[in-house]
Design a protein around this ligand. Structure first.
Ligand code: PBG
Ligand code: ZN
Length: 322
């Protein structure tokens, strides 16, 4: 017999030597839900192990992460006053800019702060833009999102991450940031974001579910792979610094195709539903949490993700699973 692939599986040493995929803690970004108030660390029922944090508590938890080497965070604002025009989304006194300021003041360049830019947690209708006659208006929404991104940049965000899926928003945000002197503020585009049932737990966590209808007129149809490349290449062209694919687990083919077709770093977002399914199955003893989480992480890296945004990051580093 000429071929015996089992030779390089014989023991742990040879398996480690020949492993094709490596993971590093530098690849992980950790999402946080931030809310106004003090001393708040409120568990989110739909996402076991994940909390709403007031800024003071966020600082403590971020410090815990930093000690483990978890130095990239993605911030979401929760509990802000909602309105039809979503104006609290770009107010400097909203909780996200406040949290950015506090994190950068406290940890300076030791932490890299990314903010989610979308208005669905700030609009009374819960859509990711301006709603008129039952349709989310594209260009007016891009203006609103650009203002929101600017307010985060002014607070000191290292990078903004638009998650709305309006057309042309990367160019709009890039122009706005540059015009105000923020040419060094990066953009991680949720370039390939599918309309997905996997966001269910997040919408409870962020109180951002659409009050009417769904997000299918702006987020992508999950049957489309070629269109995913179109979105990725458009955002590269418009000035994105990182291209994200979301969700991750059911979309490994998309991650792989995007990795092969852009020169930018590729991130994947291991979303709330993917997280909560693993946590629920592990809590019932149906799967081994450590093993299943790490198998998923390696799958993201093998598919081509350079960056993994995951609610599991703190568990992975705290428990030494890497
Ligand atoms: C807001 C936003 C969503 C997520 C990130 N930003 C929800 C949505 O689009 O409905 C999902 C994150 C997750 O499920 O973990 N536009
Ligand atoms: Zn949104």
């Amino acid at each position: 017999m000429l071929h015996r692939p089992r030779r390089t599986r014989k023991n742990a040493i040879v398996r480690e030597m020949t492993a094709e995929t490596r993971l590093s803690r530098d690849m992980f970004m950790y999402p946080y839900f931030v809310t106004h108030g003090k001393d708040i660390r409120r568990p989110i029922a739909a996402m076991p192990g994940i909390n709403h944090f007031s800024v003071d508590e966020l600082l403590k938890d971020a410090e815990r992460g930093l000690k483990l080497g978890l130095n990239k965070v993605l911030l979401f604002g929760v509990g802000e006053e909602k309105s039809d025009d979503g104006h609290t989304a770009h107010s400097g006194s909203s909780v996200v800019p406040q949290a950015v300021k506090a994190l950068k003041e406290r940890f300076k360049e030791d932490i890299y702060v990314v903010t989610d830019v979308c208005v669905c947690a700030y609009t009374s209708h819960g859509h990711c833009g301006i709603l008129e006659d039952g349709y989310v208006q594209n260009d007016a929404s891009v203006e609103l999102l650009s203002k929101m991104a600017l307010s985060h940049a002014e607070a000191g965000a290292d990078m903004v991450a638009p998650s709305d899926m309006m057309d042309g928003r990367i160019a709009g945000i890039r122009d706005t940031l540059d015009a105000h002197g923020f040419s060094n503020t990066g953009i991680m585009s949720y370039a390939v974001k599918f309309a997905s049932a996997y966001y269910g737990p997040f919408r409870e966590a962020a109180d951002s579910a659409p009050q009417q209808g769904d997000r299918k007129s702006y987020q992508m149809d999950f049957r489309n792979g070629r269109e995913a490349l179109k979105e990725a290449l458009m955002d590269e062209e418009e000035g994105a610094d990182i291209i994200m694919v979301k969700p991750a687990l059911a979309y490994l083919d998309i991650i792989s195709a995007v990795r092969d077709n852009t020169l930018l770093p590729v991130a994947c977002y291991n979303v709330s539903g993917e997280y909560s399914m693993v946590k629920a199955a592990a809590a019932q003893g149906l799967v081994d949490e450590q093993k299943i989480v790490m198998e998923n992480m390696y799958a993201f890296a093998r598919a081509g993700s350079n960056i993994v945004i995951t609610y599991h990051a703190m568990d992975i580093l705290e428990n030494g699973w890497l």
